[in-house]
Design a protein around this ligand. Structure first.
Ligand SMILES: Nc1nc2c(ncn2[C@@H]2O[C@H](COP(=O)(O)OP(=O)(O)OP(=O)(O)O)[C@@H](O)[C@H]2O)c(=O)[nH]1
Ligand SMILES: [Mg+2]
Length: 388
């Protein structure tokens, strides 16, 4: 922070100087009328003392530049050290090689051993180098496509085996697409009766319920009711109630398991009752078990597990397995708009072995929800298509 005091005749003068010296972001901290210091001041007109301050941006920028230079210097220093070390290594190798050859020619046993060791090492190193080369060059184009799409490594291996097993007159790329399609299971879900959405926190369960309610009630003109059992998170009830109010559809909050039946009974005239649940971490088995007792009360086979496409590959397994006790029978993948790679859809379906019902592609209610065909998903994974 730079703080500066100005003695000026007018505020105009002060503003001009402050802007010029401290920049347009400067702020005036104080201003007061004073007499110029000293005896002379008593006889002259009062002047204005203005104090202004600004963030020390220039210094910050300088610091950034300096630290960038430092970083570059460090890299250069490091590179130089490596070069010097390599040169030293080369020199000493030459010396060892020369001495060993010399001793070998003289028939020295000890040196003969060294010579043999060296030859072995040389062969080992060249083998390793050629192995590395083969690894890179054997990574086929289709493997790279899968990697670029963030398909999980184990799944890539499986796909490659399946591709090799295809004995048809197809290009590798066509074989890849055939295999991918065989691994993608989609379903066109019948949205009727009681429908439950469950899944980890913040994946978009409530928003997806609102989108489904919008499509069903406003577009398909069906009688829809909304229930939430999410009384855990502050604002969760209001979030869904707001949507219910806008769409003018009945809405109930269920606080205890005993309320569940009554709430559903009160909506018996509805063709579809969409039930929102509390987001739970898949690590917390107790909470998921508690959720299960609620879901069991619903008596439905229409249970969707909601997972975000932005979930890390490593976490998918825990989520999919953690929620298995709810006996979900379809998957909804959300936030596809937040990723540019679509391998996550395959990773999710491959681990869960449960079909995909919907994907969501944005925050807009009710528009950003879609059903995707297996062909479309294949095209997304290989990078031929995008969701939006
Ligand atoms: N970009 C994007 N954002 C989404 C999508 N679906 C939901 N969201 C946003 O994700 C955030 C969380 O959405 P919610 O619907 O509240 O998620 P939830 O799973 O109900 O969350 P909890 O009830 O707290 O577990 C909100 O800001 C939504 O607008 C989507 O498909 N794409
Ligand atoms: Mg919610």
């Amino acid at each position: 922070m730079i703080i500066k005091r100005y003695i000026v005749k007018s505020m105009n003068e002060a503003m001009t100087r402050i802007r010029y010296e401290l920049g347009s972001d400067a702020v005036i901290i104080s201003q007061r009328k004073i007499r110029k210091p000293g005896l002379k001041g008593i006889f002259t007109k009062k002047v204005i003392e203005v104090t202004a301050a600004t963030e020390n941006k220039v210094d910050e920028q300088k610091k950034d530049v300096v630290s960038s230079f430092d970083a570059i210097n460090k890299v250069v220093e490091h590179e130089n050290k490596i070069k010097v070390n390599n040169r030293k290594l080369e020199e000493s190798n030459k010396v060892v090689h020369r001495d060993a050859t010399h001793a070998y020619e003289k028939g020295d046993n000890y040196s003969e051993n060294i010579m043999n060791e060296m030859m072995k090492m040389k062969t080992m190193i060249s083998n390793l180098a050629s192995e590395n080369k083969t690894c890179d060059s054997t990574k086929s184009d289709i493997e790279k496509i899968l990697e670029d799409s963030d398909v999980d490594i184990e799944t890539i291996k499986n796909i490659m085996i399946k591709v090799k097993d295809i004995n048809l007159e197809l290009t590798e790329y066509e074989k890849l697409k055939t295999v991918l399609k065989s691994m993608i299971n989609v379903t066109s879900p019948k949205l009727e009766g009681r429908v439950v959405l469950a899944g980890p926190t913040g994946v978009g369960k409530t928003t997806t319920i609102a989108k489904l309610a919008g499509k069903l009630a406003l577009v398909e003109k069906k009688k829809v009711g909304l229930i939430t059992i999410d009384t855990y998170r502050i604002g969760a009830v209001e979030q869904l109630k707001t949507y219910a109010d806008i769409m003018n559809i009945p809405f109930h909050v269920v606080y205890t398991m005993n309320d569940m039946e009554a709430a559903m009974e009160s909506m018996s005239e509805c063709e579809i009752i969409l039930i929102d649940t509390t987001g739970r971490s898949s690590k917390n088995k107790m909470q998921i078990a508690e959720l299960r007792t609620f879901v069991e009360k619903v008596h439905t086979e229409n249970i969707h597990l909601v997972i975000s496409a932005t979930t890390k590959n490593k976490d998918l397994k825990y989520i999919i397995e953690g929620y298995q006790i709810l006996h979900y029978n379809s998957i909804i993948v959300t936030k596809l708009d937040e990723t540019s790679t679509y391998g996550s859809i395959l990773n999710i379906l491959n681990i869960a072995q449960i079909p995909l019902s919907f994907v969501s592609t944005g925050q807009n209610v009710p528009d950003d929800i879609k059903e995707l065909s297996a062909d479309k998903i294949v095209n997304l994974i290989v990078g031929e298509d995008t969701v939006c």
